[in-house]
Design a protein. Structure first.
Length: 179
């Protein structure tokens, strides 16, 4: 009887039928998590690219000379408003909701007569601000700055980042063009 049991156990240990199913059951959940991670990090990267382009569009639109009527230059408020509109248009074109932008505090050193538009649902636009010269390390030119954050929520079950909201930050600045 004992010999028969040992023979049966040896035969079962040599059998490989069903091993593929067991290996697939062990590997497929891990592969699925990796694919989900790639997807959600790709989504975050795509949104980061869209908000960076929106900040650049805002700076570009706000740095060019504006005029209300021919020959009448506009105030800094008009530059900031043009930058805000460009940011909102770029976000909408990227299928992102500008109303999701949380309010933030301006971060650059202002020049005299600064206009700051910051608040919930809009990018933080400062004009004019002191721009740092890369080689000098001091404020040499006045320009425009656009910065904002956009929320992104990961969905990656069974991980520490599941349903975690992060704020992706975008900022751009440029020298104001002369009238």
């Amino acid at each position: 009887m004992k010999a028969e049991v040992f023979k049966l156990v040896r035969r079962l240990l040599r059998e490989t039928h069903g091993a593929e199913i067991a290996e697939a059951a062990a590997v497929l959940p891990l592969m699925f998590m990796i694919l989900l991670g790639i997807f959600w990090f790709g989504q975050a990267f795509s949104i980061y690219g869209a908000i960076t382009r929106a900040a650049q569009e805002g700076v570009r639109a706000g740095s060019v000379p504006q005029c209300a009527t021919c020959g009448t230059p506009m105030t800094y408020n008009a530059y900031a408003t043009a930058a805000q509109a460009a940011v909102n248009n770029a976000l909408v074109a990227s299928k992102l909701d500008p109303a999701q932008i949380p309010s933030m505090t301006p971060s650059l050193t202002p020049c005299p007569g600064i206009v700051t538009l910051c608040g919930a649902g809009q990018a933080c636009v400062q004009v004019p601000v002191k721009l740092l010269d890369a080689g000098q390390g001091s404020g040499r030119d006045c320009g425009i700055s656009v910065s904002f954050q956009y929320p992104f929520k990961f969905w990656l079950p069974f991980t520490s980042v599941n349903n975690q909201q992060i704020l992706l930050t975008a900022s751009a600045s440029a020298k104001m063009e002369a009238n």
